[in-house]
Ligand binder design. Structure first.
Ligand SMILES: Cc1cc2nc3c(=O)[nH]c(=O)nc-3n(C[C@H](O)[C@H](O)[C@H](O)COP(=O)(O)OP(=O)(O)OC[C@H]3O[C@@H](n4cnc5c(N)ncnc54)[C@H](O)[C@@H]3O)c2cc1C
Length: 164
């Protein structure tokens, strides 16, 4: 009986349950090429929290559960020197830029849906933007830069968004 090889690309290709092309064999973490949130393509994200999440799901599924992996966006963060920086998702579409004395925020929208964001200086809104990224629902400018976002009056909005 021939042994079915695993589908390989940049890593081990897995489905939405982190199962490889060989039934009953699962992969996770830096070796696994799983679906990415925004592109829908299978990619290695190379991130610790993603590896932990995938490990938990792959382990459960290897034991017979059928848990779907929640795709994540690419992300990078830096805390050091004298500033904090977060770059999440893709920098694609219209850019909404807001800045203050010691912070900068860039939000990227395509078809009114958040595609990515860059936070420099202040990163306290990261959770909210991450949630909007996951939901992929149409947004209005007010939701992105309105009450509670701390964007302030210094926002520079592209024409199509300036009308709100
Ligand atoms: C320098 C550096 C900085 C990073 N910084 C960040 C960061 O700031 N934030 C972030 O989210 N991610 C960061 N990462 C990525 C993060 O560390 C990885 O995404 C995560 O550790 C992947 O987990 P893993 O379990 O898939 O692989 P690993 O953590 O690499 O674990 C694989 C394990 O398998 C072992 N192993 C390898 N071959 C064999 C073998 N043949 N037999 C038995 N054991 C074997 C290895 O020794 C290792 O212990 C960083 C990575 C590096 C290298």
């Amino acid at each position: 009986m021939g042994v079915r090889r695993l589908d390989l690309d940049a890593g081990i290709v897995v489905d939405d349950f982190l199962q490889t092309s060989r039934p009953g064999i699962f992969a996770c973490g830096d070796v696994a090429q799983a679906r990415e949130l925004l592109s829908g393509e299978r990619r290695i994200l190379g991130l610790y929290p993603v590896a932990v999440q995938q490990g938990w799901i792959a382990g459960k599924n290897a034991l017979g559960r059928r848990l779907a992996y929640r795709p994540q966006p690419s992300m990078n963060s830096l805390k050091g020197l004298s500033f904090r920086l977060m770059v999440v998702g893709r920098q694609q579409g219209e850019a909404i830029v807001a800045r203050g004395k010691d912070w900068l925020r860039k939000l990227y929208l395509q078809d009114a849906k958040l595609q990515g964001f860059v936070l420099l200086g202040q990163v306290s809104q990261a959770g909210m933007y991450m949630d909007l990224l996951h939901r992929q629902r149409p947004l209005k400018t007010a939701e992105l830069l309105g009450q509670g976002t701390g964007a302030g009056p210094g926002c520079r909005l592209p024409g199509t968004w300036a009308a709100g």
